[in-house]
Ligand binder design. Structure first.
Ligand code: NDP
Ligand code: 2IT
Length: 446
């Protein structure tokens, strides 16, 4: 790492003790932007990087609620408003027992550059809670969401901070959150949250956008190497929102997805994942993945407690969570003939894993670029809400495809410009950083 950046990084470690995921996310960006400082001394002179590493505002709050047995439960809520140079803070809410400040800050930090890469007017933020929706009734989830919003409402707004979904926060939760916001404020402020249902101000394609966008991104990477998804064997991790729509689009693009997972294990289905069955189990019944194999019969096997990355594949689409592909996993995957990786999840590959992929010449699409279709379509939802309009599915999908192609091309061009051809990690970090840094410079000392 560049000497100046190394001292900035040491300071980040000192000022944010114990937040290992945040340290990891900062390190990855700082490792990429050394060459930019050579060309642009003004960034270092005005301490842009030190400022970017410090959130504009961090909110931590108590979330009390009552479970179905009448017992009082207490969770912790977070919203980190990281950077508003490009637009209102924008980023999802994650409800998962592992959530703590270090996770929210890593996600918020990534979001700044991802949102910059989209070219749309959105700043970076993230939030969530250590609440675990798994096994909770709809009523419990509603009471939790209402309590969460009873504090969060005073910090957000269509021009201030616009949350959306992430792990554990989907259409059901967004509905309860928006309902409570509307009730408390007595305002039908549609643009305050995205990922809304189509019945009340949601946008076509937002549900599908992250997965579809990631598939489009990988399709572009494959095309850039003169190949395609056609007939390729693909493995996907996770079986939530991002995973399901990644599978759907890859199947439309001619790939064969043979495996997906959840936190209990993975299913292997050589004939190709039956998407209707998967959606029924995961989206309707909110069930576990072993049920998929049971109902699918002889076609599929469920492998409990193991990583999906042991399944040989040509294209890998990690779509579950952070640090799920280790250096060892990556080496096995490369040995099995993996030629492309599209990060649907945020930071799913460890630094050691990324190194293995890049050294092996794998087309590696980092999350900031590859999964930006979700937040980009959130920005399109905000645009439709602001103009009280709603676009067709076809038009919205076409916009998403254009945005993903543009992000892909800019990553490649930027990597070329800095003498690292084909390195999408460097391209994404540098392009995202430059956009935010230039806006910050223009706005004075913010
Ligand atoms: P969902 O809650 O819909 O699905 C998450 C999936 O990942 C589930 O299958 C879940 O399994 C699995 N998973 C979650 N945590 C773990 C864990 N610690 N270990 C193993 N498996 C785990 O979330 P999304 O699909 O929305 O999000 C998936 C990833 O994509 C996250 O990294 C998120 O940050 C990222 N992302 C999401 C966007 C969106 O628009 N939703 C946009 C961009 C990125 P189980 O049910 O068993 O917990
Ligand atoms: O990580 C992400 O980009 C998201 N969870 C989506 C954020 C959004 O505001 O749509």
């Amino acid at each position: 790492m560049h000497e100046k950046l190394s001292s900035i990084y040491d300071n980040v470690l000192r000022r944010n003790p114990g937040e290992t995921e945040f340290h990891q996310a900062v390190r990855e960006v700082l490792e990429s932007i050394g060459p930019v400082l050579g060309k642009h001394p003004e960034y270092a002179e005005s301490k842009i990087i030190e400022r970017i590493c410090e959130p504009e505002r961090q909110i931590i709050f108590r979330v009390p609620w009552t479970d179905d047995r009448g017992e009082v439960q207490i969770n912790r809520g977070f919203r980190v408003e990281f950077n508003s140079a490009l637009g209102p803070y924008k980023g999802g809410l994650r409800f998962h027992p592992s959530v703590y400040l270090g996770i929210v800050k890593f996600l918020g930090f990534e979001q700044i550059f991802k949102n910059g890469l989209t070219g749309l007017p959105i700043g970076g933020g993230k939030g969530g809670s250590d609440f675990d929706p798994k096994g909770r009734s709809d009523r419990e989830v509603m009471r939790f969401c209402q309590s969460f919003m009873t504090e969060l409402y005073r910090h957000i707004g269509e021009y201030t901070d616009v949350p959306a979904g992430d792990i554990g926060v989907g259409g059901r939760e967004i509905g309860y959150l928006f309902g409570q916001y509307k009730r408390i404020t007595n305002r039908y402020e549609s643009g305050v949250i995205t990922g809304k249902g189509l019945a009340y101000g949601g946008a076509q394609v937002r549900t599908e956008a992250t997965g579809y966008g990631c598939a489009f991104f990988v399709d572009e990477m494959l095309k850039a190497r003169g190949t395609s998804f056609d007939g390729r064997r693909v493995a996907v991790s996770g079986s939530g929102n991002v995973a399901v729509y990644t599978i759907e689009k890859i199947e439309q693009l001619g790939g064969r997805v043979v495996a997906c997972s959840d936190s209990s294990g993975y299913v292997l289905d050589e004939k190709g994942i039956d998407l209707d069955l998967l959606k029924q189990i995961k989206q309707v019944e909110r069930g576990r993945l072993d049920v998929y194999a049971e109902r699918r019969g002889d076609n599929a096997t469920f492998v409990a407690g193991r990583s999906v990355w042991e399944v040989p594949c040509e294209v890998a689409m990690p779509s579950a969570t952070q640090n799920e592909i280790t250096g060892r996993d990556a080496a096995v995957m490369v040995g099995n003939g993996c030629i492309a990786v599209g990060e649907g999840a945020n930071m799913p590959t460890t630094p050691e894993g990324i190194k293995v992929f890049l050294e092996a010449g794998v087309a590696f699409g980092p999350g900031k670029a590859a999964n930006a279709g979700g937040v980009a379509t959130s920005a399109l939802e905000m645009q439709q809400n602001a103009s009280r309009d709603s676009w067709t599915f076809e038009f919205s999908e076409h916009r998403l495809e254009e945005i993903m192609r543009d992000i892909h091309d800019r990553c490649l061009q930027t990597a070329d410009e800095y003498g690292m051809p084909g390195d999408y990690v460097a391209g994404a970090n540098i392009d995202g950083f430059r956009r935010v840094a230039d806006a910050m410079l223009a706005l004075g000392l913010i």
